[in-house]
Design a protein around this ligand. Structure first.
Ligand code: DMJ
Length: 662
């Protein structure tokens, strides 16, 4: 056995050999030999350090090369004009200019199975997953036919734009020249890269309309005649006294009705209304507006009209208005105040409380999110989604059901223990589902809250009436059930059907059908064929054959849309023509009992007295914005007319695009 060899002594120094006297030889081979010798003279630690350093430098060089190459490619790939159109939003630098993508066909595959509320998720994707703030398709023929030909705008300079742009809108092939003074080309493209399906449709010859659709158009024209003659530019028509009423003083009916005119093909009326928006609509006004009502009617109306027509005037107005609403969110809890002065920027709660209404603060998100997507300005979306996030985590719910009030200071629910699907809570549920659809079904928290709420509704609020066993939704006050149902609740069958269309559990459809029948009966069992504002269902067999009782104070009808809204969804999703027939009956009742000969329709005081329905002398803006629009869509057999896979309607019936996922 040999002893193991002694380890070589460890050398932590560099030995330098001076070769004095050797002739100078600077040949390559000599230099290589001398480098190699020096390398060999280094300790292992020194060698390792040098190798590591070199590897690190090579890696860094490689990575920065890739990064630079990408940037260069991106820049050189974009036309100069497009680079000029980068958003000029202070404090925000989106990579690409905001532009409206072609609406996306939503994925109808049943996504809910993976997202049941019982399984809390660790990570939620908040906010629209893909804002689609991408470069306009400069190759596309966008705007060469059909939509607005404005192309660039100085951001934040609406007034100047208004006076210098020249807009051309085409209408079913005809070119509409705008009023004088809307000239020069814009600097930013916000118009759709491609015309939306509806814009395209408008360029063709008018679709063949059926008799019922013609009936709706006739009704709209009659309503518009009254508004135009007696209330032009004011909020609401008072058709009996041939005058008007103001709420915000912003031409509410006109704005609410814009997209309905576009959809119904009322070219001349639309053109005239557009002129008013262009020349007279001014948001710089010392006036208090209700955040919710003005968001769903004005902001929603402007955004959908922009989307359908491609006319940038409406987007500029929407952005201006959205900015003026923002002070409402400046509260200690970030739950917005109910009112804001759009001229002074002062926001406040109602005089008697610091509470806001839950449905109001949770039903402005579709509009604010869309405004952010179109403008690239994130603050709208962020403020609105902060509310959704906050409410999601709040205690005080009952199996997904929310109370009706929320405090703007503490951010907590107040008036606990009262649960309804009617006034003050209704559209909270609607917007959970619709935001989920709008965002391409990515935001699972919204879906979970929606599904939980529907289960809560089934457990606590659904009952059956006597004698006809109608399924209805009641209310709960500190665990005491009340058989009271607002007509407002009739949005629910439609929302349930929409959810099923987008892949949610099919048992929701059973509830939707049953509730639809009930809402129809709420109209049918009244002498005028029109539903009262509130009904009470019989829980015990009555002496007559009627399921509903109406209190004298609840006998009015405000021309509300909820029943016909749901009929539209039920017909679209089932194809059952009885829903069209029911809608037709309701339109005839409106014509019989609410139509004012000189123009306009009026809300009435007593749906149970066909001889004396007592006109209230007011035509609400949602009669044109919602009721007639849903009737027209209900009577259409064209599934692609505002397809449920492409659009989502806000709670005021203004269609907004479902976001395309990239
Ligand atoms: C409309 O403003 C909206 O539909 C809102 O969601 C409820 N109230 C009216 C219609 O009834």
């Amino acid at each position: 056995m040999y002893p193991p060899p002694a380890p070589a002594p460890h050398r932590d120094f560099i030995s330098v050999t001076l070769s004095l006297g050797e002739s100078y030889d600077n040949s390559k081979s000599r230099r290589r030999r001398s480098c190699w010798r020096k390398w060999k003279q280094l300790s292992r630690l020194q060698q390792n350090m040098i190798i590591f350093l070199l590897a690190f430098l090579i890696l860094c060089g490689f990575l920065s090369y890739i990064h630079m190459a990408d940037q260069w490619k991106a820049l050189s790939g974009k036309p100069t004009e497009e680079r000029k159109m980068m958003p000029e939003v202070p404090g925000l630098k989106p990579a690409n200019p905001p532009v409206l993508p072609a609406p996306q066909k939503a994925d109808a595959s049943p996504a809910f199975s993976k997202m049941l509320p019982q399984r809390p998720r660790k990570h939620f994707r908040r906010g629209p997953p893909h804002l689609q703030i991408r470069a306009p398709n400069t190759d596309s023929k966008a705007g060469t036919q059909g939509d607005t030909k404005e192309r660039a705008a100085a951001p934040g300079d609406a007034h100047q734009e208004e006076n210098t742009q020249r807009t051309v809108i085409s209408w079913r092939g005809a070119v509409i020249e705008p009023e004088q003074g809307t000239g020069l080309p814009l600097r930013r493209a916000e118009a759709p890269a491609k015309p939306s399906p509806l814009v395209t449709r408008m360029q063709k010859e008018p679709a063949l309309l059926n008799e019922r659709q013609e009936g709706v158009i006739e009704a709209f024209r009659h309503a518009w005649k009254g508004y135009r003659q007696f209330a032009w530019g004011h909020d609401e028509l008072r058709p009996v006294s041939k005058s008007f009423s103001e709420w915000f003083g912003l031409g509410l009916t006109l704005i609410d009705a814009l997209d309905t005119m576009w959809i119904l093909g009322l070219k001349q009326e639309f053109e005239e209304a557009r002129m008013w928006v262009s020349q007279k609509l001014n948001f710089k006004k010392d006036v208090d507006v209700n955040l919710f009502e003005s968001t769903i009617r004005i902001l929603g109306g402007l955004l959908s009209t922009y989307h359908l027509s491609g006319d940038r005037l409406f987007l500029r107005k929407a952005k201006d208005f959205g900015n003026r609403l923002m002070p409402a969110f400046m509260t200690p809890s970030k739950i917005p105040y109910s009112d804001v002065n759009i001229g002074t920027g002062v926001a406040h709660p109602p005089q008697w409380t610091s509470d806001s209404t839950v449905s109001e603060v949770t039903s402005i998100q579709l509009e604010f999110r869309e405004l952010s997507r179109l403008t690239g300005v994130k603050k709208f979306q962020e403020a609105a989604e902060e509310v959704t996030r906050h409410v999601h985590h709040l205690s005080g719910k009952k199996d997904g059901l929310v109370p009706m009030f929320i405090n703007t200071h503490s951010g907590a629910f107040t008036h606990l223990g009262v649960f309804t699907l009617g006034a003050r809570a209704d559209s909270y549920y609607e917007y959970l589902l619709k935001q989920w659809i709008q965002g391409g079904k990515q935001e699972t928290q919204l879906l979970e809250d929606y599904l939980a709420a529907i289960e809560g509704i089934k457990t606590h609020l659904v009952r059956h009436s006597e004698p006809n066993k109608l399924t209805f939704i009641g209310e709960l006050t500190h665990d005491r059930f009340s058989a009271k149902m607002d007509h407002l609740v009739c949005f629910l069958p439609g929302t349930l059907a929409l959810g099923v269309h987008h892949g949610l559990p099919t048992d929701h459809m059973e509830l939707a059908r049953a509730l639809m029948e009930t809402c129809y009966q709420m109209n049918r069992q009244m002498e005028t064929g029109l539903s009262p504002e509130i009904v009470h269902f019989n829980l015990y067999p009555p002496t007559d054959n009627l399921d509903v009782k109406v209190k004298p104070a609840d006998r009015h009808n405000l021309l509300r849309p909820e029943t016909v809204e749901s009929l539209f969804y039920l017909y679209r999703t089932t194809g059952d023509r009885k829903y069209q027939d029911w809608g037709w009956e309701i339109l005839q009742s409106f014509n019989k009992y609410t139509r004012v000969p000189s123009g306009g329709y009026t809300s009435i005081n007593n749906v149970q007295n066909p001889h004396k329905p007592e006109p209230r002398d007011k035509m609400e803006s949602f009669f044109l914005g919602e009721t007639l629009k849903y009737l027209y869509l209900l009577f259409s057999d064209d599934q692609n007319l505002l397809s449920l896979d492409t659009y989502v309607f806000n709670t005021e019936a203004h269609p907004l695009p479902i976001w395309a996922l990239s």
